[in-house]
Ligand binder design. Structure first.
Ligand code: NDP
Ligand code: MN
Length: 400
């Protein structure tokens, strides 16, 4: 065995009512906060007030930036950088789902690295342009405290950030260990307020993180452990939380699965599915987990049809973790049992839409596939088989 386990330091506060601690937790990292959140949910549910109260109790200064929309936009990030700069913020709190956490990460980078106003976070994103120098995110990045409100992206425990350039429809991820939150808060009361459809879509995001990192070349013994446990937890608990959002034990298990899957993608990365899903959201503003649910069965079929023994064996382990009684060696038939369980799970949680239901038009397939090849290089490199433009087009045609 030969591996590195590089996991940045991150204090994790997990349980019911952990939000009330956010002021105390943040105080360790700064005393002038930019609080980044979305436009509605956290305010309407009363969690924004709770966070502000906890901050006030510690005597910390706080500026609210509540402009985040799903699929975080570069212009909203850039505007947030200016707000943080103007107010002299030295720590960023995210309160929300992956979109708020990613926006907070991007702002934390921008404030620290642009000496004057006018810089754009897009300069840190690899758009594949020749001669462009990317990188340069340093330890100057402001500390981030992430309060996650969904159980999906794992962004509260990853070094990744995904932003969208609205005019060009480019949705691209970038990464730095300095964007890893210094502290993360998972409050089960918050995630229990997700609607059934949000619960279902974000739950599938967890499943794809766990399965993609398990299937990928970034093979990693600790990640494999986390992945198989996360897959198992999703299979057992996602149907329960979709049926009864108030089932706190199942909510807790999904929130833990989300965290485990965040660690797996930190250690071993994502593959083909995440290369394909970002262009779809970039063009159609579709929810990340929902779009993943439309393509993942076809991605699994594609990988199984490659007839690679190692991949077939891995699908046997996935099928086992999903609750099937099946044993090695892997065959196509055994591997397909994993696809059958996934399809049954999607049906049970009400996620049966095809890409066309999210607005994707057949005429766009080639453009989406080309964007995936262009911007998803890292994910495609980690995919355990070589993927061509024709393969990507084929998967999208089936998913539509
Ligand atoms: P979002 O953060 O986009 O939130 C989706 C919607 O749900 C918003 O309208 C939000 O409301 C609402 N909402 C959030 N939490 C609750 C709650 N507890 N109760 C009721 N409503 C709620 O969803 P995701 O968490 O799925 O984040 C998706 C984003 O994360 C994508 O851009 C994706 O690419 C990215 N991502 C990042 C990863 C990373 O490691 N950095 C990994 C995987 C995905 P409001 O807008 O009012 O806040
Ligand atoms: Mn994801």
């Amino acid at each position: 065995m030969n591996f590195q386990h590089l996991m940045p330091e991150c204090d994790l506060f997990f349980g019911e009512n952990t939000l009330s601690e956010v002021g105390r937790i943040t105080k360790e990292w700064g005393d002038n906060i930019l609080l980044v959140t979305g436009k509605n949910s956290m305010r309407e549910l009363g969690f924004l007030d709770e966070a502000l109260e906890s901050i006030e109790k510690e005597g910390l200064r706080c500026t609210l930036y509540d402009e985040v929309e799903p699929n975080p936009r570069v212009d909203i990030v850039d505007q947030g950088i200016e707000v943080a700069r103007k107010n002299g913020c030295d720590v960023i709190i995210a309160l929300g789902g992956g979109s708020s956490i990613d926006t907070a990460k991007a702002i934390a980078v921008g404030v620290a690295h642009f000496p004057q106003s006018g810089g754009t976070i897009w300069s840190f994103v690899d758009t594949g342009d020749k001669g462009r120098k990317i990188g340069g995110i340093t330890s100057k990045t402001l500390p981030i405290v992430a309060v996650t409100s969904t159980s999906g992206t794992g962004s509260h425990v990853t070094p990744f950030c995904v932003v969208t350039q609205v005019l060009t429809h480019e949705k691209i991820g970038f990464s730095s260990k300095y964007m890893f939150p210094k502290a993360s808060v998972v409050d089960l009361r918050i995630v229990s307020k997700m609607s059934r459809s949000l619960t279902a879509a974000t739950g599938i995001d967890v499943l794809t993180h766990a399965t993609e990192s398990f299937l990928g070349r970034g093979q990693h013994p600790s990640a494999d452990l986390f992945s198989l446990k996360a897959i198992n937890l999703v299979a057992e608990n996602l149907p329960k939380v979709c049926e009864n959002g108030g089932n706190m034990e199942a909510r807790s298990n999904m929130a833990f699965a989300d965290t485990l899957a965040g660690w797996t993608i930190t250690l071993a990365g994502t593959i083909l599915g995440h290369a394909l899903v970002h262009p779809i959201s970039g063009y159609y503003n579709s929810a990340h987990g929902a779009a993943l649910s439309a393509i993942t069965p076809y991605i699994w079929n594609f990988l199984i049809e490659c007839n690679n023994q190692k991949i077939l064996d891995k699908f046997v382990y996935i099928a086992q973790a999903l609750g099937e009684r099946v044993s090695l060696p892997g065959t196509k038939d055994k591997a397909k049992m994993a696809v059958n369980v996934l399809e049954a799970l999607l049906e049970k949680i009400g996620l049966t839409k095809k890409l066309s239901d999210y607005g994707v038009d057949k005429s766009m397939i080639e453009i989406l596939a080309k964007d995936a090849l262009r911007y998803g290089i890292v994910d495609l490199d980690r995919t355990p088989v070589k993927v061509t433009l024709k393969d990507l087009i084929g998967i999208l045609q089936e998913s539509i």
